[in-house]
Structure formats: structure tokens, C-alpha cells
Design a protein around this ligand. Structure first.
Ligand code: HEM
Length: 254
């Protein structure tokens, strides 16, 4: 039985190193004083995955055309088995995702986790925030009801007031002189292909840097302030205080 389980795992590991990578990811060291606030990033990731899964299901029934968009959404909500649930999860989940994004960002800010050497991950985070909001903006038009239409008119007009680039941006978003069928299919393509693809890639980079640099201790951490495990009578696993990539030191500090 054991051999039957191990054989495919060994096969994969020998040819890809994926299992070793997964082990490294799951069993890497994190500071001893991480707390619940450190789960906000994973909570944001979970909310994003819920959006991706429910979005794919909605895309199977949604029709991005001014003549059919609204009725296809009515059909999803009223006729399909659990359609109301999937649509509700996607609709409310969008707000959950954005709220968690802000909570996660606040935790990173208040813990000073944006400082060296994590500036690049903060910048990637900011692009995730922008792309996340763009998901909200492009998704809002899709039901093609009065609220959706006029909210998009306001959004596009706001963008149109930007200096120099504004009119081009508004034209690009509208896909023509008026908001119509081309705008809808453009928003749909941005909403379900381009922006989510970008977000997936950015999350991949973001998590790569989280694993590479390790997570920060809270600001009140005695450990991060230099108190060695040994001083507290708690030796680390190899008997030495923990250092290095799990707890990078500021530049010029030896
Ligand atoms: C889709 C959006 C995002 C996802 C899925 C995500 C996910 C994560 C995860 C899982 C972690 C590690 C655990 C944790 O600290 O919570 C993390 C850390 C981090 N995130 Fe995000 N994040 C997102 C957006 C952002 C945003 C908007 C910012 C800031 C503008 C940001 C900046 C950071 C930084 C600097 C770290 C390192 C924190 C540390 O080392 O303690 N992230 N992120």
C-alpha cells in the first residue's frame, strides 16, 4: 500500500522537484510570534479563489450581449439549481475580497512589514490592490441593469477627466463613442480573462517573495528586537538563535 502511494510521488519528484518544493513551502520556518493577523493574506487569497471558482461557473451561463445579459443573469438567479447561491457568493464575495485586501494591507502597514527588504512585495501588493479594484469596476457593468449602466457612465467619465491621458482612457474603456455592446464585451474580457490572469501572476510573485523573505514579526516582538531564544531559555532547533532569511536584519546592522 505504502509503495503504491510513494511510487507516483517519487516519480513526480524525480522528474520535477515539485514535491521537494511543496515540502519547503509547507515546512519553512516562520517567526515564533506570528499571530492571527498574519492569516489575513491567506484569507484574501481564499476570497480570491472563491471569486475565481464562482466566476467560472457564472461564465458558463452568462451572455455578454446587451440583448441577453440581463435575462441571462435572471436565468442564473431564478432557474438554475443553486444559481442564486453561486451568483450571491460572487456578488458579496467581491466585497469580502476587497475588505480583506484592505485589512491585510493595514496589517502589513501597521507591522512595518513594507520596509526593507520587502519594499518590492509592497509594490506588488499595490498593483494587486489596483487590479482588484478594476475587477470590481469591470464586473459591476455585467448585469446590464440601470445601476450597472449609470455607475459605469460615472466611472468612465471620472477617468475621462484625468489630465492628458483621460480622454484616451475613456475611449479605450468605452470601446467607441457610446457605452454599448462593445463596452460590455470589452469589460467582460477584462473582467474574466485579462485582469484575473494578471492577478494570478501577481499573487504567484507575491507568494514567492513571502516565502523567500519570510514573514515579519509583530512590532512588539522581543525576538525581532534581538532577544535570543537562548536568552529566554528556549533554544531553537539547532541551538542557535534564529537568523537569516526567516528574519532578515536591516542594512548596515552587521
Ligand atoms: C490579492 C491580494 C493579496 C493576496 C492574496 C496576498 C497574500 C499574502 C499572503 C498569503 C502573505 C503572507 C501572510 C501574511 O502576511 O498575511 C502576504 C504578505 C505580504 N503582503 Fe500580501 N496579499 C495581497 C495583497 C497585498 C497588498 C494590497 C499589499 C500592500 C499594498 C500586500 C503586501 C504584502 C507584504 C509587504 C507582505 C509581507 C508581509 C510580511 O513579511 O510580514 N499584499 N500577502
Amino acid at each position: 500500500m505504502e509503495a503504491a502511494i510513494n511510487y507516483p510521488i517519487d516519480w513526480l519528484e524525480e522528474r520535477s522537484g515539485l514535491i521537494g518544493g511543496l515540502r519547503y513551502f509547507l515546512f519553512r520556518k516562520v517567526p515564533a510570534d506570528t499571530n492571527w493577523f498574519h492569516t489575513l493574506g491567506s484569507a484574501t487569497l481564499t476570497a480570491f479563489l472563491v471569486q475565481a471558482i464562482t466566476g467560472v461557473i457564472l461564465a458558463m451561463y452568462y451572455k455578454p450581449d446587451p440583448a441577453t445579459a440581463y435575462s441571462s443573469i435572471q436565468h442564473i438567479t431564478n432557474d438554475l439549481t443553486l444559481g442564486w447561491l453561486v451568483r450571491g457568493m460572487h456578488k458579496w464575495g467581491a466585497s469580502v475580497f476587497i475588505i480583506l485586501l484592505f485589512f491585510h494591507m493595514a496589517r502589513v502597514f501597521l507591522f512595518g512589514a513594507y520596509k526593507y527588504p520587502r519594499e518590492l512585495n509592497w509594490i506588488i501588493g499595490v498593483t494587486l490592490l489596483v487590479t482588484g479594484m478594476l475587477e470590481g469596476f469591470t464586473g459591476y457593468l455585467l448585469p446590464w441593469d440601470q445601476t450597472a449602466y449609470w455607475a459605469t457612465v460615472v466611472g468612465i467619465n471620472l477617468n475621462g477627466t484625468a489630465p492628458i491621458l483621460g480622454p484616451f482612457l475613456a475611449d479605450f474603456l468605452r470601446g467607441g463613442a457610446e457605452i454599448g455592446g462593445d463596452t460590455l464585451s470589452r469589460f467582460y474580457s477584462l473582467h474574466m480573462l485579462i485582469i484575473p490572469g494578471l492577478i494570478f501572476a501577481l499573487i504567484g510573485l507575491h507568494l514567492y517573495l513571502v516565502v523567500r523573505l519570510g514573514v515579519t514579526s509583530p512590532p512588539w516582538s522581543k525576538e525581532a528586537a534581538g532577544e535570543d531564544w537562548a536568552d529566554r531559555g528556549e533554544p531553537s532547533m539547532d541551538g542557535r538563535p534564529r537568523q537569516g532569511l526567516t528574519q532578515p536584519r536591516p542594512r548596515g546592522n552587521g
